[in-house]
Design a binder for this molecule. Structure first.
Ligand code: HEC
Length: 219
């Protein structure tokens, strides 16, 4: 009798355990096939990141200008510490900088007839460096003659000079001039940044673009 009672008691306890398990099993979510949709907050987060990223790029793109994204740019490490560039690196740097000149003088250096004079085969480019550097530093205006044609317009100043718009360093000016003196069949000696600095110092008093007549003595 007592063993029968025990048996009954253990039966009841198995049942209750089974009951609990059944409950637990039915309360579990059914396994599903396929993918769950993205939680809304995650979608919001990703969208916000893309938006913020786009705003950042638009704000800091610098016009995607080669002058802004210049991987060869070297912060001034006190002059003497700056690495000396090879002739090839100088040409590559000058070629990049030339993108700014190309808007007027064109990528092929031919200029635009009657408006922008050519740099290819121009005596102004391959001739006296004294005259060429002055043109770049302070600009040029009034009638000039290039390869037998007359131009009468304004070349902007590129140097760190009063009234100049570009404020390029002497190093940059030396690079772009070295480039145009050996491109498109031009063959003239490189121009050093020391020479550009020398002329910048010599023309400290000047604040206006040159005229052809004023530059004749430097031919
Ligand atoms: C906004 C247009 C413009 C840009 C940019 C410009 N130039 Fe000029 N450049 C001119 C014009 C116009 C003249 C002729 C000026 C005149 O008629 O007095 C000229 C003249 C010259 C000359 C003398 C004439 C010749 O054809 O050889 C040189 C050299 C020159 N530019 C080099 C450059 C270089 C190098 C750059 C870039 C660093 C540059 N220019 C950027 C418009 C421009």
């Amino acid at each position: 009798m007592s063993s029968d009672q025990n048996h009954h008691a253990s039966d009841a306890s198995d049942d209750s355990i089974q009951n609990v398990h059944d409950k637990l099993l039915t309360e579990k979510a059914e396994p599903k096939e396929g993918f769950k949709t993205m939680p809304l907050f995650l979608l919001g987060l990703v969208s916000t990141m893309i938006f913020v990223g786009s705003v950042y790029v638009v704000h800091y793109r610098g016009g995607f200008s080669p002058m802004v994204y210049d991987e060869r740019y070297q912060p001034k490490a006190g002059g003497a510490e700056a690495r000396v560039l090879t002739p090839e690196e100088i040409i590559a740097s000058g070629k990049k900088l030339y993108a700014t000149c190309a808007t007027c003088h064109q990528a092929n250096g031919q200029g635009v007839a009657g408006v922008y004079p050519p740099l290819a085969g121009a005596e102004w480019v391959t001739g006296s460096e004294e005259r060429l550097i002055r043109v770049l530093l302070h600009g040029l205006s009034g009638p000039i003659e290039v390869k037998g044609n007359t131009y009468n317009s304004l070349m902007p100043a590129f140097g760190k000079v009063t009234g100049g718009g570009y404020n390029w360093s002497e190093e940059r000016i030396s690079h772009v001039l070295t480039y145009i003196r050996q491109e498109w069949g031009n063959q003239a000696a490189p121009i050093t940044k020391e020479k550009v600095t020398e002329i910048l110092n010599a023309e400290k008093a000047r604040a206006t673009p040159w005229t052809q007549a004023e530059l004749d003595p430097f031919k």
